[in-house]
Design a protein around this ligand. Sequence first.
Ligand SMILES: *[C@@H]1O[C@H](CO)[C@@H](O)[C@H](O)[C@H]1NC(C)=O
Ligand SMILES: *[C@@H]1O[C@H](CO)[C@@H](O)[C@H](O)[C@H]1NC(C)=O
Ligand SMILES: *[C@@H]1O[C@H](CO)[C@@H](O)[C@H](O)[C@H]1NC(C)=O
Length: 507
Amino acid sequence: MTKTTNASSLEMRRRCTSAAVCALMLATCTLLAYFAFFSDQLQLPWRPPWPNPSIHHMPIPISFSTTAGTQAPASLSPLPVPTNLSHILFALGGSAHTWDQRRSYTQLWWHLNHTRGHVWLDQQPSSPWPHTCPPYRISRDTSRYGNRAAASRIANIVVEAYELALSSPRKDEVRWFVMGDDDTVFFQENLVGVLQKYDHTQMYYVGMPSESVEQDVMHSYGMAFGGGGFAISYPAAAELAGIMGGCLDRYANFYGSDQRVQACLAELGIPLTREPGFHQVDVRGDVYGMLAAHPVAPLVSLHHLDYVMPISSDRHTQLEGLQSLFSAYEVDPARILQQAFCYDAGSGAGSVLSVSVSWGYTVQVYPQVVAPHELEIPLQTFMTWRSSSRGPFIFNTRPLGDPNNPCVSPFIFFLDRVLQNETEATVTQYSRSRNADDQPKAKCGKKGFSVASRIDKVRVFTPKMDPLLWKQAPRRHCCMTRRTNWGRMLEVRIKYCSPGESTTPPI
Ligand SMILES: *[C@@H]1O[C@H](CO)[C@@H](O)[C@H](O)[C@H]1NC(C)=O
Ligand SMILES: *[C@@H]1O[C@H](CO)[C@@H](O)[C@H](O)[C@H]1NC(C)=O
Ligand SMILES: *[C@@H]1O[C@H](CO)[C@@H](O)[C@H](O)[C@H]1NC(C)=O
């Protein structure tokens, strides 16, 4: 093959002895390339402004301007296989006594026979282990490490998981150890997406500190809080295994297992790589504001869900709220909780509505103009973890209401169901919350108020998000709206922003 190519290029060179012939060939090539380029440009997908309203044959227009050009040309040195779920070994800290109360959280996200890993228990469970649960292991006795031995036991499961991997015939497949609690809810596809960004042959410690500043001050800003989960690359786990025994002695008086792990990693000089999708959920009350204004980053985990109100006030239990979130997550994992903002000015001057979507979860409709720099700040529906104070948090918050100005409060909608799951696109529907606390307390003077108060359903049309987008610079998507059904339905179409497009509030 190579020989033929060389021969023909040689032949070409030989033929190109005359400069005139060369110039002619060059010109022809340029012309061909020019036409190839423009015919490509002309084959843009046709994008009608709105999808056909008939649900069953809805050709949802998708305007991708996304992944072309993200893959390296095949001729470069072969890329390593991107990290996938089978490269991750989960190690969840559990206890035989609490497993039964908490196992529904793990069962929500754990894919039997696909997810790899174990729940590490303190002792043999008293009843038979359900087939629907991840396999368990009994962790090593750490009682010699003093009165907070339980924390030492959980810290040590990183090492036990590493040793287990080392002795497994599939050990070469393990790239990451992911630690979590038995009440941590992981969004596995997004976890994979996040870990794909990092070279697993290097030493990494990936996670996120607490949302409550008082917690970070007391423990550490440089520590991944364990309930939110954290990932340790194989080489980092190998180093950790070498010194963990000593660390457990040296830091036996520390509070948590996560603090012991961090103290040990600090001895190795491995700092925390922060990923904002891990959530310890160190807040009290209603976590709504946080979930409705997620950073532009994939959602990786949620924790402490037994300590906050159900995430959706239209669902009775926390589990029902999470099941609803997962029904959307399963059709478009990368997009879950991603915000999009748009303005609806369809009713004329003075009645602009501001719309904020947190995809798969909630929609907020404001009866007035609210700029993006405000919409991206969480509404403060929660308190700090330790002292139940109004703050501070590691992000800004804004008040949900103002007794002197009812126009600042949104009408709140929750995910009702996924209407359509096509290969390329989805339709999700959100219903006006039946809870009075989720609506403005009083009528506000703006014309937009009566327009907003008529809306009882929101339908959101989106292209599925390419998970590879998370390897690029993060950017919020754009959207546009229209009202149908005599103003009772708000349709929102989310799309990749066009060149030059911005979400600029109308005057
Ligand atoms: C993950 O990658 C490995 C190669 O390292 C491959 O054998 C395996 O089939 C992949 N698993 C999935 C679920 O794609
Ligand atoms: C998992 O694998 C076991 C044994 O191979 C099988 O009996 C079981 O049905 C599988 N479970 C699922 C949910 O696929
Ligand atoms: C959604 O559609 C995709 C592609 O058509 C399919 O692979 C996936 O299983 C569907 N998911 C759900 C939850 O129905």
